[in-house]
Design a protein. Structure first.
Length: 161
C-alpha cells in the first residue's frame, strides 16, 4: 500500500475525535423520529433464525443514546441513500437493539460474537446463516457487500442505486 501501516487507523481515530466534538452539538436537541424509521423492528434473537429460514436478510444494529460512534455510523453509513434503500427492501429485516439501558440479552448477544462493546452490527441471511459481524466503523461498501453476501448465491441482490 501507499500508506504506512497504522495511518488509516490514526486517520479514523482523528476523524472520530473530531466528530466526538461536532456530533453532540448537532444532536443536542434530537428531532422526533422520522416516519421513515418505522422499518426498524426491535431486537429479537430468536426471530433471526426464523427470518433467515424464510429467506430474509437480517441487519442487526446494536446502538445506544450514549454511543457517539454509533451515531456517526448511523449518519455517515446506515442513513445514506444506497444503504437505506437496501435496508428498506422487502427481503430485508432491519433490527435495532437499544443498549442505552443495560440488557442481559444484548450483552449475551454481543458476547456470542466475542464482543463486549458497541457499536456492533451483524448481517444474517441464507448465505450467512451464522451471521457476520461488521467492523466497528462502517463504510457503505462493507454494509452493502455483507447484505449481498447474506442474500446468498443465485439471489439477485437489490441494486444499490
Amino acid at each position: 500500500g501507499l500508506l504506512r501501516p497504522g495511518v488509516p487507523r490514526r486517520l479514523a481515530a482523528a476523524a472520530a475525535l473530531l466528530l466526538a466534538f461536532l456530533v453532540p452539538a448537532t444532536l443536542a436537541a434530537p428531532p422526533p423520529p422520522a416516519a421513515g424509521d418505522a422499518f426498524w423492528r426491535g431486537f429479537d434473537r430468536a426471530a433471526i433464525d426464523r427470518l433467515v429460514g424464510r429467506g430474509q436478510v437480517v441487519f442487526v444494529d446494536v446502538t445506544a443514546d450514549w454511543c457517539i460512534t454509533c451515531k456517526v455510523n448511523k449518519e455517515l453509513v446506515i442513513d445514506q441513500s444506497a444503504v437505506r434503500h437496501r435496508l428498506e427492501q422487502p427481503d430485508v429485516t432491519a433490527m435495532r437493539a437499544d443498549w442505552t439501558r443495560p440488557s442481559a440479552a444484548i450483552a449475551d448477544y454481543l458476547r456470542s460474537f466475542g464482543r463486549y462493546g458497541i457499536p456492533f452490527n451483524a448481517v444474517y441471511g441464507p448465505g450467512l446463516p451464522q451471521g457476520r459481524a461488521l467492523p466497528e466503523i462502517l463504510t457503505p461498501e462493507q454494509v452493502l457487500q455483507a447484505l449481498a453476501d447474506a442474500a446468498g448465491p443465485g439471489r439477485l441482490a437489490e441494486s444499490p442505486r
